[in-house]
Design a protein around this ligand. Structure first.
Ligand code: KG4
Ligand code: ZN
Length: 351
């Protein structure tokens, strides 16, 4: 079985061809970072136009690289949400047009399910497992029970963790995207230099919050003469990263306790999303897993950040179960993986 995957939910235009034998025949990602960098964040209108400009040629290149034609495909999978609606519409309409013209099944993939299933594309991992999804748009703890069945244990009540990294970097005068910049600056800083808050540390449940940390950071930074010297930037970045690490470990430990009680057979923690690239945070999660008798599964970096291989793979997993969609399937800017989970309280809630 061969599936073409399309990803356009955020600021990466991506196309991939994947087989049900776990072969990634092509996995192309065209980042729009340069277009958005001058604004310090993603501009939705620019993102939608860039997807429209580049998706066709990227799909053609993915097919060429795989050595397959449209007639060799068994399905077309596109991210239908959650994400920025302009980009979603570009990807979904393109996928539907190909599917309709070739008489192929169309699969509307939830981007979060793409991340959650991505480890199964590269390793033998069985349901149920715990997923910590940490990206620029999401910060969630989920139990993957089966394809199409997820239990959300926690989410952010304000900012996503990657967003917190990006905003912290901006305040420190570092470039966008901020995660790698903060990590680099932190490596030469002292994590004990400044006491920053650890929001929701020790609180019941598994929710996250990062807005208090952001405010504390802004207050701290204004105490110094501007521009900040390199040593101060390093110390603040390291203190910030340590605070995020404490929060992620605490919330994930809570989730592990819940998982142990409800799913005694579960033993894997999957960490996915762009923030999973952070070596310091991975190290913190490694130690947590060692202490809690879990196994840390971190898909390779290329599969952690936004890509279309995970979308094609989610398409394959769904298609194998007969879960294709009709051409009426909408683009869904908001699309919680666990529809039964109550909305988290707070400003700017990400379901
Ligand atoms: O998953 P992703 O590529 O896109 C989505 O947001 O869906 O994640 C991008 C996010 C950005 O916020 C970026 O700053 C963050 O991941 N990130 C990192 C690191 N590399 C990327 N955050 C912390 N440390 C890193 N090394
Ligand atoms: Zn993502």
């Amino acid at each position: 079985m061969l599936v073409l995957g399309i990803e356009t939910s955020c600021d990466e235009t991506a196309a991939a061809v994947v087989s049900d034998k776990r072969e990634i025949l092509a996995d192309l990602v065209r980042s729009q970072i340069d277009a958005h960098a001058p604004f310090g964040g993603i501009v939705p209108e620019l993102a939608a136009r860039a997807h429209l400009d580049h998706l066709d040629s990227l799909i053609r290149a993915a097919l060429e690289q795989s050595g397959v034609g449209l007639s060799d495909l068994d399905g077309i999978a596109a991210t239908a949400g959650p994400g920025l609606v302009g980009g979603l519409i570009v990807g979904v309409m393109t996928a539907k047009a190909i599917a309709a013209s070739r008489g192929l099944p169309f699969i509307a993939v939830n981007h979060l399910e793409g991340h959650a299933l991505s480890p199964r594309l590269v390793s033998d991992i069985e349901f149920p497992y715990l997923v910590l999804l940490v990206s620029g748009g999401h910060c969630q703890l989920l139990v993957a029970e089966a394809v199409g069945r997820y239990k959300r244990l926690g989410t952010t009540i304000d900012d996503a963790v990657g967003e917190a990294f990006d905003k912290a970097a901006k305040m420190l005068g570092l470039a966008y995207p901020g995660g790698p910049e903060i990590e680099r600056a932190a490596s030469r800083g002292d994590a004990a230099a400044y006491a920053l808050p650890r929001p929701l540390l020790g609180a019941d449940g598994c929710h996250f919050s990062f807005s208090g940390l952001k405010t504390a950071l802004r207050r701290l930074i204004t105490k110094f003469p501007q521009p900040l010297d390199q040593r101060t930037v390093g110390d603040i970045a390291a203190s910030f990263q340590a605070s995020v690490g404490d929060v992620l470990v605490d919330r994930t430990r809570h989730a592990m306790e819940i998982v142990r009680a409800r799913y005694p057979e579960a033993r894997d923690l999957v960490v996915a999303g762009g923030v999973a690239a952070n070596a310091y945070l991975r190290g913190r999660l490694e130690s947590l897993c060692a202490g809690m008798d879990f196994r840390l599964v971190a898909p390779p970096q290329k599969l952690c950040t936004d890509n279309a291989a995970m979308i094609a793979w989610a398409g394959i997993e769904r298609l194998r179960l007969g879960l294709a969609d009709t051409l009426e399937a909408p683009a869904r800017p908001r699309w919680p993986l666990d529809p039964k989970a109550p909305p988290a309280a707070g400003a700017g809630v990400k379901a």
